[in-house]
Design a binder for this molecule. Structure first.
Ligand code: SF4
Length: 471
């Protein structure tokens, strides 16, 4: 294991995970006898939730006795964790799975499994079954704990399996192998009940379900004791979290912040309709909560928001931003925007641009609308031609960069508390870290500072990053 990675095995496991651990032990008896020890390779597409799921897959692979490799051709077990949010991500995943055919030809004993949102759609799982005969199994987003028995079946030469859960549960107790030593995703809820008209998530990740406060606190405590300095609470709709006794995300965050240790806490992704006063208040009062709120607006036009089934209008969204800025004046605000949603007129698009200027976002993540089969918006008659959407996207990006640059100027000259994340990818002489600004912060320093909080004076704003010097 590299110095930056660590595996955490929870102290409690649900009965179905206990059953999965039986299969883990059976695979382990095979891998322990192999010389050299077999290796696994995981390729992940998509969002942070998928990255977190891949860390659970990696935890299971380690427990089954596989060693990690970064080279698919060396692997005995290849797992592909797919995304379905945009068509491009599906095409990319299928192309990558196509390339692994050669691995199987070179090494017929290699096992290839495909999971994630793409294969949680029956039609896609069927396509894998028919057109990719070298894929041994698929598993949907609710079936990660079943992977050891799928691997066991495959190495024993059993039938190919294409698993689609009929219910989505929470599986407590899966070991997690995390890529970073100092930062961690911590999933607190799964699924979504919102059914935005463009989004595939409720169909591929199921209804909302929250983990218990106790399980989350146990995991947070273990992480902090293991040296984690930055925890991001994750959920498709994280601020609709509901514990067994009605605890909301504000209460959960207060309880995590009360844990001893020097760490910072973040959360994503929030829905504007669930951005409660209590959550804003928690951010205002808890020092450990990073002053950054990601609040996707998607469109600035009420007409389009209604068609998107977003359940808020522009005025309600702006009211939440005002409330947030009143309570946390220096808060960094970021957003997601969809460009070219069916029926979007020039006027609707200009409403989006005007919201961006009004809110003055620290950063905007923008996407051209991608129709997803099975969602209502995919069959709306007034789809926008790609050239029109692409032209609007260019204008939006230009405005987003200008607004972000201006907004981030407020940090110039200030001394900020920054968690040193690692050596900068652009310049090996520089360190990179993060704090309240959304942009990464680059500064000169000794790599021994990695994983520590430091004080950095901000000296430059390069739009996509900030520059600074250690104080
Ligand atoms: S809130 Fe809407 S966009 Fe977000 S995951 Fe749920 S359905 Fe998708």
């Amino acid at each position: 294991m590299s110095e930056t990675e660590r595996t955490i095995v929870p102290s409690y496991a649900d009965p179905e995970v206990e059953a999965a651990l039986e299969a883990v032990r059976a695979v382990r008896s095979v891998t322990d006898a192999a010389d050299p020890r077999p290796r696994y390779f995981i390729r992940t597409f998509g969002c942070q939730q998928n990255e977190a799921d891949s860390e659970r897959l990696a935890g299971l692979c380690s427990a089954m006795g596989y060693e990690k490799t970064d080279v698919p051709g060396e692997a005995d077990l290849i797992l592909v964790n797919t995304c379905a949010v945009r068509e491009h991500a599906e095409k990319k995943a299928l192309s990558v799975i196509g390339q692994y055919k050669h691995v199987k030809e070179e090494k017929p004993s290699a096992v290839i499994g495909v999971g994630g949102c793409m294969v949680s759609q029956p039609a896609r799982a069927e396509k894998l079954k028919k057109s990719y005969p070298y894929v041994s199994f698929t598993f949907d987003t609710g079936a990660i704990a079943a992977v050891p028995s799928l691997v066991l079946g495959a190495i024993r030469g059993g039938k190919r399996t294409f698993l689609l859960s009929d219910e989505w549960k929470i599986a407590e107790g899966v070991p997690i192998r995390r890529e970073s030593r100092h930062m961690a995703w911590l999933s607190i809820m799964y699924g979504c009940d919102n059914y935005c008209s463009y989004c595939i998530v409720p169909y591929v990740r199921g209804r909302e379900r929250s983990r218990s406060v106790e399980a989350i606190l146990d995991e947070a405590k273990a992480l902090i004791e293991d040296g984690t300095r930055d925890i991001t609470l994750l959920g498709q709709n994280v601020n609709s979290y509901r514990g067994r006794n009605g605890e909301d995300i504000a209460e959960l965050m207060h309880r995590i912040c009360a844990l001893p240790g020097d760490f910072q806490l973040r959360f994503m992704t929030s829905h504007p309709k669930d951005a409660s006063d209590r959550l804003i208040e928690a951010m205002a009062t808890e020092e450990k909560i990073v002053k950054h709120f990601h609040l996707p607006i998607q469109s600035g036009s009420d007409r389009i928001l209604k068609r998107m089934n977003r359940k808020y209008d522009r005025a309600a969204y702006l009211e939440r931003i005002d409330r947030l800025r009143e309570a946390v004046p220096d808060v960094s605000v970021t957003s997601d925007v969809i460009v070219g949603f069916p029926g979007e007129t020039e006027e609707d698009f200009e409403d989006t641009l005007s919201v961006m200027e009004k809110v003055s976002y620290d950063m905007v993540f923008s996407f051209i609308y991608s129709p997803r089969a099975g969602t209502p918006a995919a069959s709306f008659p007034d789809q926008i031609p790609h050239e029109v959407a692409a032209g609007r996207m260019e204008r939006l990006l230009a405005l987003g960069d200008a607004v972000s640059k201006e907004r981030n100027d407020r940090f110039l000259g200030r001394v900020l508390r920054v968690l040193t994340e690692g050596v900068s990818k652009q310049d090996g002489e520089m360190l990179t870290g993060r704090g309240a600004p959304v942009r990464p912060i680059h500064f000169r320093g000794n790599p021994s500072l990695i994983g520590q909080f430091v004080q950095v004076r901000i000296t430059g704003n390069d739009t996509f990053c900030l520059r600074g010097e250690l104080v």
